[in-house]
Each structure stands twice: as structure tokens, then as C-alpha cells.
Design a protein around this ligand. Structure first.
Ligand SMILES: *[C@@H]1O[C@H](CO)[C@@H](O)[C@H](O)[C@H]1NC(C)=O
Ligand SMILES: *[C@@H]1O[C@H](CO)[C@@H](O)[C@H](O)[C@H]1NC(C)=O
Length: 491
């Protein structure tokens, strides 16, 4: 008997040493699996009951830049169909469901002067159904849908937004915190600030690059920290949950091994991920040094009386540093990064401040989204980079996924997930402490400027049918089998 056990063990070792394609790899028991959505992208019910108007309502109703001229007025109709959503989650067999709450649905005027009982009741019902189904609810407080009246007061460029956000967070902790134990303060603040304040590809589309995105990030970091401290001091002792934020990051691969390209790739990571991560997760806190130096230098050259990057006081640096229970990460893709050929420009501009150029390798498989290439090894490298630079934090992957157009037999999505889950497994074997993996998304939904033309769902949604029926795609069955077996095959 012992002899056969030894032989079996040797075979196992030989197989794992050779990394044989098709070999079954078992996920650690400490890793939970789920799926994610966001309120504006799925709920609809934009004017249901006493819900207030938010910046995506305003933006989609007044711009003609949404690709298919669509909006989130009805979206997946989850405001009326959350019971079907919970059924799908049960079908998949997920451990948890990550969703966001619509600020203007529970606080119609943005401020906490008036609560919507219908808004609270909607999320209560969803949370209770999830718990009944043995699915852990996880809430994102801010997934991009600011109440319009708070935008009218400057939105995240207004430093007083810190306090308005805290009021909203407090309402949410009070209402749902008895049952919800994982909180995400902000989803992808980089996208909020870069695309909505510096650029024009997300609401409120201010387009004041080199200035507004830095103000936006400054407020959001303070708001995040204050929400963390509020939870830590007041709610954790009675509710015993965890709180952090979720940062989006691609992997920046140097285009060549030249010192200039290697430096460019590192700078790109510091300006994009480090901008938000360094103040919170690094030992020293504050913005990355390279970012402070470059923006200050460029601002001076451009005639500004001070750096366009606002400064934190020493007290603020200490207040923000360490405000996390986990490192939330949204990851989709990788870019090659090189030193740009163009010299700098005279006008304030974020990308000029960064001073790098990103582009894809033409051999990487694509998706329906121009920015999303399939590069699983970049996921492994990024997880290791976070592990090494931020002192081995517990990492929760809150988004990862693939877009296509109109396809229920979505073999490319299966291939994406299989590749990225293998890369995740590699990173765990490298020593990264990953406890959560989240597929984006449960179902096709409103993909911002792309409307309904780019689909990320495991379930197909028919947006031409007023009932918005959902059908599992091939990838839903794939994900279900991964969740059932807690294994994948090496690819
Ligand atoms: C809600 O919005 C829809 C358009 O999405 C409109 O037809 C309807 O009249 C609005 N309802 C109310 C009560 O304003
Ligand atoms: C991962 O993080 C959790 C939470 O901080 C901790 O309890 C656990 O020991 C860590 N595991 C490893 C392998 O570092």
C-alpha cells in the first residue's frame, strides 16, 4: 500500500514539475468565487418611486456620445427583477455577489436629509434574498453614479464632498451593515477621475486634463480614508466586517528591455495604480515621489504658481495611510509601455505628466473592447508586483472579464477565464495572498459609452425584449463547473 502511495506521489510530482497541459489544479479552500455588477449598469428604474437624478441619468439623457444612443433607464431591469438575479447566482453556485448601491436611490437629494424608504427596501430585499440563498452580499458604495445635485456643486473636485460621502456611507452602514460584511468604498477611482474629470468618456465629462483629475483623486482618497475610519471606529466593533477600495490596474510591460522603457513602464504604474495605492498601501504613504516630482516640475515650466497635483499635509498622509482591510483589484488586460517619441507639450495634460506611451502587442488576441487584449501572464505579474510593493496584502480581485458582441456560444470568454484563472493560480503558488476572485459580470449590461454593444456577461440579456430575459451562455456553464469542482485545467 505504502509503495503504491509513493508511486502515486512521484507521478503527481512529475506531473506538476512538467506543468502538463490539462493537469487538474485545485484552488485553495481560502479562495471564494463570485460575480459583480453595478447599479447604473443593471438596475434601470431610473425614475422609480422617489429616486433622484444622478450624473449618468443626466449624461445619457443629454449627450449623443453613447454608441447606440442608449441609456440605463431600463438596463437589465434588475430594479424589478432582482429575484431572477438571485436565481442566476444560485444556478452559478457563487459564494458571494458584489453589487453597488445607487446613492440617489436611497438619498434622493444626495444629502442625508431625506431617505427613500423604497430605495432602502429594494436593497434590503436583495440582501435578504442573497442571505437566504447562502450567498454573501458585498457592497460597493460608489460605482460612478453621483447624485446630479452634488455634481452641480463640483462633484469630486469639491473638497466638501468628503463629508457628503461620509453621510451616504453612514446611511448604508446603518441600513445594511448588520448583514453586509464586505464594503468597497470606491470602485476604480482612476476611471472616475481620468475619464470623467480629466477626460470626456465618462460622466460628468469635464475634460479638464492635468488639473481636474488630480482634484478629484485628492477628494476621493480623503473620502475613502474617512469612510474607513468611520467604519473602523464605529461600525467594526458592532458589525465586524471589512472595508477597502477597488483599484483598476492593467499590467505595464516594458516594450523593450532598454533602461528607458523599463523606467517608463514603472513610471506608468506609479502614475496610474500608485496614484491611489501608494497613499493607502505603502509604508510611507502620500503620492508616489516620481509623480510629485514630475507634476511639480511641469507645472513650474508651464507657469503655474504651484503644482497642479495638490499636496497632502503630514496629518492627512498619516490619516490616509493604512486605511485598508484588503487590496481590492480590478484587472482586465496588459499594455506594452515605452518612452514616447514626442517631447512634452506646453499645456497641462495628465498623459504629458506621465510621459509614457502604451500600446498592445499585435499578437495578443483581442475582444470587443479596443483596450482589452487577452494576456493572462500580465495578471500573474501584476499580482506579484502588488505583493512585493505593498507588503503582501490580502488581495481581493473584484473584477476580471472579457467582452464580445452578441454571442451565447462564447468560447473566447471561456478561454479568457481559463487563462486568467490559471494565472491567478500561478500567482497564488508564487505566494500572493488572494482570497476573492470575481468575474465581471453576472450578465450583459450597460457598458457606459459603448451602450449595449459590448457584452461582458456570463448570462445573455435580450435588450430588445421588454422583459429583458436572461439566458446562460456557455461561459456560465464553464464558470459553474469551476465553482462546483474548485479546480481548473492547466492551459
Ligand atoms: C420615467 O421615465 C420614463 C422614460 O424612461 C418616462 O416615460 C416616464 O414618464 C417617467 N416617469 C415619471 C413618473 O416621470
Ligand atoms: C492572507 O491574509 C489573511 C488576512 O490578512 C491572513 O489571515 C492569512 O494568514 C494570509 N495568508 C497568507 C498565506 O499570507
Amino acid at each position: 500500500m505504502a509503495f503504491f502511495k509513493l508511486i502515486a506521489l512521484l507521478c503527481l510530482l512529475a506531473v506538476s514539475a512538467l506543468n502538463v497541459k490539462g493537469e487538474v489544479r485545485k484552488f485553495p479552500d481560502t479562495l471564494s468565487f463570485g460575480v459583480a455588477t453595478a447599479a447604473y449598469q443593471i438596475e434601470g428604474g431610473w425614475n422609480a418611486s422617489d429616486k433622484g437624478e444622478n450624473i449618468w441619468d443626466r449624461f445619457t439623457h443629454t449627450t449623443d456620445t453613447i454608441k447606440d444612443r442608449s441609456n440605463g433607464d431600463v438596463a437589465c431591469d434588475s430594479y424589478n427583477q432582482h429575484k431572477r438575479d438571485v436565481e442566476m447566482l444560485k444556478e452559478l453556485g457563487v459564494d458571494f455577489y458584489r453589487f453597488s448601491i445607487s446613492w440617489s436611490r436611497i438619498l434622493p437629494e444626495g444629502f442625508s436629509n431625506r431617505l427613500s424608504q423604497d430605495g432602502i427596501a429594494y436593497y434590503d430585499s436583495l440582501i435578504n434574498d442573497l442571505i437566504q440563498a447562502n450567498i454573501t452580499p458585498s457592497i460597493t458604495l460608489y460605482h460612478w453614479d453621483l447624485p446630479q445635485n452634488l455634481q452641480d456643486l463640483g462633484g469630486w473636485a469639491n473638497p466638501l464632498m468628503v463629508d457628503y460621502f461620509i453621510d451616504f456611507a453612514e446611511v448604508a452602514f446603518e441600513a445594511f451593515g448588520d448583514r453586509v460584511k464586505t464594503w468597497i468604498t470606491f470602485n476604480e477611482p482612476w476611471v472616475v477621475c481620468i475619464e470623467g474629470y480629466g477626460g470626456v468618456t465618462k460622466a460628468p465629462a469635464l475634460g479638464i486634463s492635468g488639473i481636474a483629475e488630480y482634484m478629484c483623486a485628492h477628494t476621493i482618497l480623503k473620502a475613502h480614508a474617512k469612510a474607513y475610519h468611520l467604519y473602523d471606529e464605529v461600525y467594526r466593533p458592532i458589525q465586524n466586517g471589512r472595508i477597502g477600495m477597488s483599484l483598476n490596474a492593467g499590467w505595464d510591460e516594458p516594450a523593450t528591455q532598454s533602461p528607458a522603457d523599463i523606467e517608463a513602464a514603472q513610471r506608468n504604474t506609479q502614475f496610474n495604480l500608485g496614484w491611489y495605492a501608494h497613499p493607502v498601501f505603502s509604508r510611507e504613504g502620500d503620492y508616489p515621489q516620481v509623480m510629485k516630482d514630475r507634476v511639480a516640475q511641469k507645472s513650474l515650466e508651464q507657469g503655474y504658481s504651484r503644482s497642479r497635483l495638490p499636496e497632502f499635509t503630514p496629518e492627512e498622509i498619516a490619516y490616509i495611510r493604512g486605511t485598508y482591510d484588503f487590496f481590492g483589484l480590478n484587472h482586465y488586460t496588459t499594455t506594452l509601455v515605452r518612452m514616447p517619441t514626442m517631447r512634452s507639450i506646453a499645456k497641462a495634460n495628465f498623459w504629458d505628466d506621465v510621459g509614457t506611451e502604451g500600446f498592445p502587442d499585435p499578437s495578443w488576441p483581442g475582444s470587443a473592447s479596443s483596450w482589452l487584449k487577452v494576456v493572462p501572464w500580465g495578471f500573474r505579474k501584476l499580482l506579484n508586483w502588488i505583493n512585493e510593493n505593498y507588503n503582501n496584502p490580502e488581495i481581493m480581485v473584484f473584477e476580471n472579464g472579457f467582452s464580445d458582441r452578441d454571442n451565447k456560444d462564447d468560447v473566447d470568454r471561456i478561454s479568457y477565464y481559463n487563462g486568467y484563472l490559471n494565472a491567478l493560480m500561478d500567482a497564488i503558488e508564487d505566494g500572493c495572498n488572494v482570497s476573492i476572485y470575481t468575474a465581471w459580470s453576472l450578465m450583459d449590461n450597460f457598458e457606459w459609452l459603448e451602450g449595449y454593444t459590448e457584452r461582458f456577461g456570463l448570462y445573455y440579456v435580450d435588450f430588445n425584449d421588454p422583459r429583458r430575459p436572461r439566458t446562460p451562455k456557455a461561459s456560465a456553464l464553464y464558470y459553474k463547473s469551476v465553482l462546483d469542482s474548485r479546480t481548473i485545467e492547466r492551459d
